[in-house]
Design a protein around this ligand. Structure first.
Ligand SMILES: *Cc1c(COP(=O)(O)O)cnc(C)c1O
Length: 361
């Protein structure tokens, strides 16, 4: 699938946002990448065009049955003005896994990364420089065929949009409070929990809304069958440090395969910190807490990288970690991964892909 990527530049450039108050995902760069799929022809018409609204038929299938997938990645600007992507091939692999689950045609990951690199080059001025900032990248695919029948669509559009972002949590890397969710579930084995697809997030909003109303940042999702085993925290994977060992729930068919999760496991192994992927019940966590063995807990994901957890509320029981302060290991992992992403630390794992951008602006 070697194809040309056409480029149509925006005539007017938009004003850049205030870097000290970027927030997350509200401002978008001047351009976007698009590509269409038509049954029989395959993926075609790769193009970089000015960021713009779409025209879609109201019967486009994505609006009705949610046939859509997405990814979340970031580009980082180093102090020397180099632009880095973090393990983009893993995101493309996962996009194809999501595609497979949602009956969306496979994409050529290398070609999409090539398109992404060109898009970043065009919009390189949008990569923020302030501490903790980056350019968030959102590739996604929607079913565009105008048809109300329930079946895989015959037409799709893939797009990549980009947004300069600050720290994901207003609190920065400060610990968050988490409500253990006992009523709603995020996913079940055999469902779509392993896919990054819109429906998973739509169905998580209710629990999130209730948690927010109680001043908790996110919910801790338990398994959908016994409501006993820990799955994820909000839309992040979750890790616990218990008596010197780091434990994260094993990938079980309903947990999203996080790139950050995988990176944290690699890093811990590299440091010879004991780490295991296994089934982990909420009872075990509460017991470890009562025994004084629960040392740290944190969520992992591209947006926040590491999000330390200061407290869980499980029914009536409050589980407070590390006096509600960021744990030593959580901080060390955060500093190391963000250090590699920003080019401040060496990259012994070959995680970085450099985006060739023309010399300093
Ligand atoms: C995207 C996502 C994650 C984190 O994945 P990363 O690749 O680390 O960003 C974890 N859980 C859910 C449900 C997600 O959607």
């Amino acid at each position: 699938m070697t194809q040309q990527i056409t480029v149509q530049l925006a005539e007017t450039k938009r004003e850049k946002p205030d870097q000290t108050n970027l927030g997350f995902g509200r401002v978008f760069t001047d351009h976007m990448f698009m590509m269409d799929y038509t049954e029989g022809t395959g993926w075609h018409d790769a193009r970089i065009v000015p960021y713009q609204p779409l025209t879609l038929d109201p019967s486009a299938m994505v609006f009705h049955y949610g046939q859509t997938v997405f990814e979340g990645m970031k580009a980082y600007l180093t102090e020397e003005g180099r632009v880095f992507l973090f393990r983009p091939e893993k995101n493309m692999e996962r996009l194809n896994c999501s595609n497979e689950r949602l009956c969306i045609p496979q994409i050529d990951g290398d070609f999409i990364i090539e398109g992404l690199k060109q898009l970043i080059e065009v919009d390189q001025d949008w990569i923020p420089t302030a501490e903790g900032t980056s350019l968030y990248i959102r590739p996604f695919i929607i079913a565009t065929e105008p048809f109300l029948g329930v079946a895989p669509a015959k037409n799709y559009t893939l797009m990549i949009i980009m947004s300069p972002v600050g720290l994901y949590y207003k609190e920065g890397i400060a610990p968050v409070k988490i409500l253990v969710e006992n009523d709603f579930v995020r996913a079940v084995k055999g469902g779509t929990g392993e896919a990054k697809t819109g429906g998973n997030y739509a169905s998580s909003l209710k629990a999130q809304e209730i948690a927010s109303g109680k001043e908790y940042s996110q919910v801790l999702w338990l398994d959908g069958v016994e409501k006993k085993y820990i799955e994820e925290v909000g839309s992040m994977n979750v890790f616990f440090k218990i008596d010197g060992e780091v434990v994260t729930p094993a990938l079980n068919g309903s947990i999203l395969h996080g790139v950050t999760r995988d990176s944290v496991i690699q890093l811990l192994k590299h440091w010879n910190v004991p780490v295991s992927e296994r089934r982990l019940s909420i009872d075990e966590i509460a017991q470890a807490y009562r025994d004084g063995k629960l040392e740290e807990a944190f969520g992992t994901g591209t947006a926040a990288v590491i999000s330390p957890i200061g407290e869980f509320l499980w029914g009536e029981e409050k589980i407070v970690l590390n006096n509600g302060e960021t744990g030593e290991l959580s901080k060390k992992i955060y500093d190391t991964i963000t250090g590699i992403q920003k080019g401040k630390l060496e990259d012994p794992f070959d995680w970085i892909t450099e985006v060739p951008v023309s010399a300093a602006k």
